[in-house]
Design a binder for this molecule. Structure first.
Ligand SMILES: Cc1cc2nc3c(=O)[nH]c(=O)nc-3n(C[C@H](O)[C@H](O)[C@H](O)COP(=O)(O)OP(=O)(O)OC[C@H]3O[C@@H](n4cnc5c(N)ncnc54)[C@H](O)[C@@H]3O)c2cc1C
Length: 306
């Protein structure tokens, strides 16, 4: 029996583990893929206070070393359900195991919606990114493309237009779906061009690195190539929280509803990081949630919470 089971070994989950271990709680972290979460896809982290420049992999390794030294227990398994019974939660995994605890912190993050173009996973970190705030400076004075036409894509493109020599926005529809004020602001930039009714057909590469895009106009079938140094895919995020909706409420987009205290509607169940409703999804906000959720869980276990 654990005090706390943490679902997800990304920055939020690892920080929750750090705070829980320092409060002498017995914890288990379940991670389905690789410890570190999304940040392992980042070639360079430059916006984490105290960390000047570091690869996402190194950032993840350091986080993991820190909690391993404190005695964290891990399993590389995918949590698929949480069943409450009295004050105990049983977490079942896809691999067929069951673990019990008095609290659960769900820190399952999000996945970025991909284009479905062959070879895109290999390009993540080699020219393909999802976050202009994170990776925009890699393309300073270079040319970047943004795929998407909603608010996120427009915001990414506006930010890139301040850094890049040129920005090309590729949108499958004949119009932007984001707010008009953002679209107007973007299209007033002299270094921005938009290509409508068009999708990415394939990637052009120079060695491992992205060097351009082959585009196809969906109405005419006409193909063209553009040279780009970077591609930002901004076609939405996919939270994978629905299997836990029996214990925590989700909003319409599938994110956990919680207050800033990271509590859910079920006493003993907490959520942290990108998987919950929030306005900024970054390392700093994920680790802040991890700390908040862990301390709230400790209070609950020690009889000071719900
Ligand atoms: C390419 C890229 C570059 C980025 N660069 C930066 C940057 O430079 N600076 C910055 O501040 N932010 C950056 N970000 C954003 C940052 O990585 C995220 O905001 C942060 O990782 C969120 O942390 P998290 O722990 O909430 O979620 P995640 O990092 O998504 O971690 C969640 C973890 O949970 C695991 N998981 C999910 N479901 C289950 C389950 N059912 N069972 C077990 N495990 C599960 C996942 O495998 C994952 O490891 C970047 C993101 C990307 C994609």
């Amino acid at each position: 029996m654990y005090d706390i089971i943490i679902i997800g070994g990304g920055p939020a989950g690892v920080t929750a583990a750090l705070y829980s271990l320092r409060a002498n709680k017995k914890i288990l972290i379940l991670e389905k893929d690789s410890f570190g979460g999304q940040i392992t896809y980042s070639p360079l982290v430059e916006n984490y206070p105290g960390t000047l420049r570091m690869s996402g992999d190194e950032f993840a390794d350091r986080m993991l070393d820190q909690i391993t030294a404190l005695g964290a227990e891990f399993e590389l398994e995918t949590a698929v359900s949480i069943s409450p019974e009295k004050d105990i939660f049983t977490v079942k995994t896809e691999e067929g195991c069951s673990y019990s605890s008095r609290c659960v912190i769900i820190a399952a993050g999000v996945e970025h919606r991909m284009l479905g173009v062959p070879g895109e996973y290999e390009l993540v970190g080699n020219g393909l990114s999802f976050c202009a705030v994170c990776d925009g400076t890699l393309y300073k004075d270079k040319t970047a493309a943004v795929v998407g036409g909603g608010n996120s894509a427009l915001q990414e493109a506006i930010l890139l237009s301040e850094l890049c020599r040129g920005v090309i926005v590729v949108q499958n529809l004949d119009y932007f779906t984001g707010e008009k004020r953002l679209a107007d602001k973007l299209m007033n930039k002299p270094n921005v061009k938009a290509v409508f009714g068009t999708v990415v057909k394939s990637f052009l590469k120079n060695g491992e690195e992205l060097s351009g895009l082959r585009l196809v106009n969906e109405a005419t079938g006409e193909e063209s190539e553009i040279a780009v140094d970077g591609l930002f895919v901004a076609i939405g995020l996919l939270p994978k929280n629905s299997c836990f909706s029996n214990v925590a409420e989700l909003d319409g987009a599938g994110y956990f509803l919680s207050g800033e205290n990271c509590r859910t509607r079920t006493p003993g169940i907490f959520c942290a990081g990108d998987c919950r409703v929030k306005s900024v999804r970054q390392l700093t906000t994920a680790v802040g949630d991890g700390a908040t959720a862990a301390l709230a869980a400790c209070d609950y276990l020690d009889g000071f919470g719900d």
